[in-house]
Design a protein around this ligand. Structure first.
Ligand code: MSP
Length: 661
């Protein structure tokens, strides 16, 4: 078997200085989509992400929380890893700049550059931005402030090691202007005009005013400046500078470093210069994406909980959040986040366009052909534009993804979905279904629709997986590991479909917006009260809490009271609406070996189809009660808030009959 071509993609490594928001999530999700796409195209992909853990900012934040820097970063890293798990991120390696192998390799890199004369010792005098950990020349400041973050800068004088960046200016200029190393092109002028042509200064690459960093190996008074430490992660993660450089040999140079626009400078000027000095090949591409803004501003950690990816993914599902991020951010430019846009996109694109296409097609295939649909049947010239579109969308998406135009790829796939909905309207299968002689034609129409769903769902897998996997499962074909020939029209000749619940339920926009606003307000209030508490002094708080007597309340119950309630896990084996009632569903439950019938007022929130197969929690020792003529033997536990009702279900699978308590 021929060896699969290598593809190496990286995210920036995230500062372990605070919780990540959906802006950071974008960088990781977009890389994940590219990595998954390439894997499905048969590449041997290495997808790297990680955390940038050194520097004064981290040291200061840890101190403010009364933690050691190590404790502080460990806590954040486990949260970040959980976020990537939640967002279905398929990284191959997670590097931490505090990892031993990285520390050793960075020291080696620093020493090599020093021995070559590309690093030398001198005194730095100039303007320093503490937040960005960058020194700036007067000409680089914007209105006297840091050009990256707009904050105040301060005069600083410090003995420092310097990297001879100036020496590489001509080669860097050539790299940026004569190759397509930096994408999109719009970023090239900015780099050349604002930095290279203004005169590249040698770069301070060590600090002696704090110690949370990698020590300079031959001068322990200094720690290595965070950017040399951070940028080197792209090669140390592959084992560069260690005893085993096999991954480095296989995957370097990187195919693409994906970074946000504010750190393009570090990746397109400093990083190539370091590599030039080391005599190593340069990455093939640096791609600078735009920012997700919030009300026109770059999203910051202070914009509230609604932009917290945990909240959004938990509420709407990972598919919805990934789809929003990938579709909304056009090639290289910025986009504005709003909850309204997110909720509306879920409804129009996922629930209406895609979800409905799947639901309608499955229902029709079952109704007209018992779910068995084949390519036999009557072709029609009029189908050609539609079937050509299905057949060519794979090549179109390849082109988009090769140009890193991820949102365009998503749009091109959704164009097939929208075209398929139009095809249903044009061909009106329900009319043909009334005429026995039109059955062959109807068969081909159903086949074309199933092909459109199959090809578009397969192509969507790298972008978000849950809905497309369900759709492919319902088509009876399943989600393939690789695209192979699966993207061609006609690749599957026979379908055997099953019906499934809606893959993306519709949301009530106003209700969602009200609830998100409430969550944001609560998060804001919690933040304020946490800040207040902190200000009041944690010691005083501790003393106070020790003195506070245990709460007493006449509404409290004893454990014996609780034990009176018999809660058990039950499985819904059948479900139907109760005749004459808009609110009630009648569920037949399996509780261990027993069968029970229960009525619940949840018809407005769940369809009978959605209920079947669910494991629920039953209050099993209530006396029987007649509801609309049906005897109900117990009650299902639900949670309710502001008109939203959800069933309580076991967190992971457990047999019916299991006791709850
Ligand atoms: N630690 C450095 C990167 C070192 S790479 C060798 C850093 N970290 S960061 O945590 O501040 O940012 C990481 C990435 O998140 C950057 O690419 C940044 O652009 C991205 N985002 C942070 N906020 C963002 C938005 N609001 N929108 C899109 N991406 C943004 O920089």
């Amino acid at each position: 078997m021929p060896e699969r071509p290598a593809f190496y993609i990286t995210t920036p490594i995230y500062y372990a200085s605070g919780d990540l928001h959906i802006g950071h999530t974008y960088s990781t999700v977009v890389c994940d989509a590219i990595a998954r796409y390439k894997r499905m195209r048969g590449y041997d992909v290495f997808y790297l992400t990680g955390t940038d853990e050194h520097g004064q900012k981290v040291q200061d934040k840890a101190a403010a929380e009364g933690k050691t820097p190590r404790e502080f970063v460990d806590g954040l890293v486990s949260k970040i890893k959980k976020l990537w798990e939640l967002m279905d991120i398929s990284y191959d390696k997670f590097i931490r700049t505090t990892d031993d192998y990285h520390v050793k390799a960075v020291q080696k890199i620093f020493k090599t550059l020093y021995d070559k004369g590309d690093i030398y010792k001198s005194v730095y005098k100039g303007k320093y931005c503490k937040a960005c950990e960058s020194f700036w020349t007067e000409s680089q400041l914007v209105g006297g402030k840091c050009p990256d973050c707009g904050r105040d800068v301060e005069y600083a004088e410090e003995e420092s090691y310097f990297f001879r960046l100036s020496k590489y200016a001509p080669r860097l200029r050539k790299l940026l202007t004569e190759t397509d190393f930096l994408q999109p092109d719009s970023r090239v002028n900015e780099m050349v005009n604002n930095f290279i042509d203004k005169g590249l200064q040698d770069l301070a690459v060590s600090r002696s005013t704090f110690d949370w960093g990698i020590p300079v190996p031959f001068d322990e008074k200094h720690v290595i400046y965070v950017w040399i430490d951070a940028l080197s992660n792209y090669i140390t993660a592959l084992g560069y500078g260690s005893d085993d450089e096999s991954l480095f040999r296989k995957f370097w140079p990187a195919d693409v470093h994906v970074v946000g626009k504010e750190i393009v400078r570090f990746h397109s000027i400093i990083w190539p210069a370091i590599l030039m000095a080391l005599g190593l090949p340069l990455p093939k591409k640096v791609f600078g994406h735009g920012w997700i803004k919030f009300g026109g501003q770059k999203m910051g950690k202070s914009t509230g909980n609604v932009v917290d990816p945990y909240v959004l993914a938990g509420r709407y599902g990972v598919d919805a959040l990934r789809y929003f991020l990938l579709d909304e951010m056009p090639f290289g430019s910025d986009c504005d986040y709003s909850s309204e846009l997110l909720v509306r996109k879920i409804n129009t694109d996922l629930a209406n366009d895609y979800g409905n296409l799947v639901r309608r097609t499955l229902a029709m295939s079952r109704q007209y052909f018992g779910g068995k649909v084949t390519k036999d049947g009557d072709d029609d010239e009029a189908d050609k534009p539609f079937t050509d579109m299905i057949d060519s969308v794979g090549a179109l998406a390849d082109e988009d993804m090769d140009g890193l135009q991820v949102s365009k790829a998503v749009e091109d796939i959704f164009a097939v979905i929208r075209r398929a909905n139009k095809y249903i309207d044009e061909t009106a299968p329900w009319k043909l279904a009334t005429d026995e002689s039109a059955k062959p034609r109807l068969m081909r129409i159903m086949y074309n629709l199933l092909e459109a769903i199959r090809v578009s769902s397969t192509l969507l897998l790298p972008f978000f997986r849950s809905g497309p996997s369900k759709a492919l499962g319902a088509l009876g074909v399943g989600a393939p590991e690789e695209f192979g020939d699966n993207l061609r029209y006609g690749a599957v000749g026979k379908y055997s479909t099953t019906e499934i619940p809606a893959i993306y339920p519709r949301l009530d926009v106003n209700k969602e917006l009200a609830e998100l606003a409430e969550i944001a307000a609560k998060a804001e209030a919690a933040k304020k009260s946490a800040a207040k508490e902190k200000a009041a002094g944690s010691e005083a708080k501790q003393a106070e809490s020790k003195e506070t007597p245990p709460q007493t309340d006449s509404g409290l119950i004893t454990i014996d009271d609780f034990a009176k309630m018999k809660l058990v896990v039950a499985e819904v084996v059948a479900c139907e609406r109760v005749k004459g009632s808009k609110k009630l569903l009648k569920e037949t439950l399996k509780v261990g070996d027993e069968t029970r019938v229960v009525c619940s007022g949840i018809a407005a929130y769940y369809t009978p189809e959605e209920m079947v197969g669910k494991k629920v929690i039953l209050v099993s020792n209530l006396p029987p009660r007649k509801m609309c003529g049906v005897e109900s033997n117990g009650m299902l536990l639900c949670a309710e808030k502001d008109g939203k009702v959800v069933l309580l279900t076991p967190e992971s699978d457990i047999e019916s009959g299991a006791e709850v308590g």
